[in-house]
Design a protein around this ligand. Structure first.
Ligand SMILES: Nc1ncnc2c1ncn2[C@@H]1O[C@H](COP(=O)(O)OP(=O)(O)O)[C@@H](O)[C@H]1O
Ligand SMILES: [Mg+2]
Length: 280
């Protein structure tokens, strides 16, 4: 990959007290059609070891933003740096390399239902292994051991040999997290990771993501549509409305009164009916 396009932060020698920004977007727009603009001039950078929540109504551009960062979609305009590599024009080989450092957690878990929990976690290593793996036994022993360690970490070692689709939603999402972690990512993207979960499971999954981000000094970018959860969970909130950043603040700096105003900042008056769902 070209090193001449590294971000300034990535090039600079990092003193421990200086923040490191592993993900940076400059003026990124994504147009899907002449009338549909998914992102509209987004500039933001994301600090390592911090959890940023993307907050916004359905259709505000949260998933589109995450897809630009892992190169699943190309921006129409703008520049994106991830771990010092520019990705908006990167070729498939370079994208595959950079994606090894980016874990992704999906709303609907994306597990292979009939496969065991342990094998699902092992699939997180496929990006670095050559050739197909048609069963658990085809993974190197070291990968199976590592997968078991990650399952212990998310509290599911005792479920390793159970079919993934027999777990509860919250447990399946914890398997999804273990699968992302076995990659040893530097950046963790999560697209509405608790949208399909009950409040208790949501809190467990969110706590887990937060704990791991601290332990691994990960750059976490997580989309949510619940303001309360976002405030509790994140270091920083980036509010999106119709593809634009309308709010960017440290979560700790927001008091209760300001928290209420977040609703109106990320939702237009005409979307008033949807504000309730924004609150979860
Ligand atoms: N593949 C696509 N083709 C066309 N329009 C899309 C596509 N993906 C997203 N959009 C549009 O872009 C906007 C942002 O969508 P999205 O990023 O999915 O929002 P969110 O994740 O916040 O719900 C919406 O208007 C959506 O309809
Ligand atoms: Mg979405």
């Amino acid at each position: 990959m070209s090193s001449s396009v590294q971000s300034r932060e990535a090039q600079a020698p990092t003193r421990s007290e200086e923040p490191r920004y592993d993900v940076e977007l400059r003026n990124v727009s994504k147009r899907f059609s002449p009338t549909v603009l998914g992102l509209d001039g987004v500039s933001a950078r994301f600090e390592a070891g911090k959890v940023t929540v993307l907050l916004g109504l359905s259709g505000s551009g949260k998933s589109t933003l995450l897809r630009q960062i892992n190169g699943l979609q190309r921006p129409t305009e703008g520049q994106i740096s991830v771990l010092g590599h520019r990705i908006e024009n990167a070729g498939d080989t370079d994208l595959r390399k950079i994606r090894r450092h980016i874990g992704f957690i999906f709303q609907n878990f994306h597990l292979v239902g009939p496969m065991s929990v342990l094998e699902n976690v092992c699939t997180g290593k496929l990006g670095t292994l050559r050739g197909p793996r048609l069963s658990l036994a085809m993974y190197p022993r070291s990968v199976r051991v590592e997968a078991m360690e990650q399952l212990e970490r998310v509290g599911l070692a005792d479920r390793a040999f159970q079919r993934a689709d027999t777990l509860s939603g919250g447990q399946q999402q914890r398997v999804g997290i273990a699968r992302a972690l076995i990659q040893k990512p530097d950046v963790l993207l999560a697209d509405e990771p608790v949208a399909s979960l009950d409040p208790v499971s949501s809190a467990q999954v969110i706590d887990l993501i937060k704990r791991i981000s601290r332990e691994e000094n990960l750059t976490v970018i997580c989309s949510l549509h619940q303001v309360e959860l976002a405030l509790e969970f994140s270091d920083r909130i980036l509010g999106l409305q119709a593809g634009r950043v309308v709010l960017d603040c440290a979560s700790a700096s927001i008091d209760q009164q300001e928290a209420l105003q977040i609703y109106s900042k990320v939702a237009t008056p005409s979307q008033g009916a949807s504000m309730k769902s924004l609150a979860g």
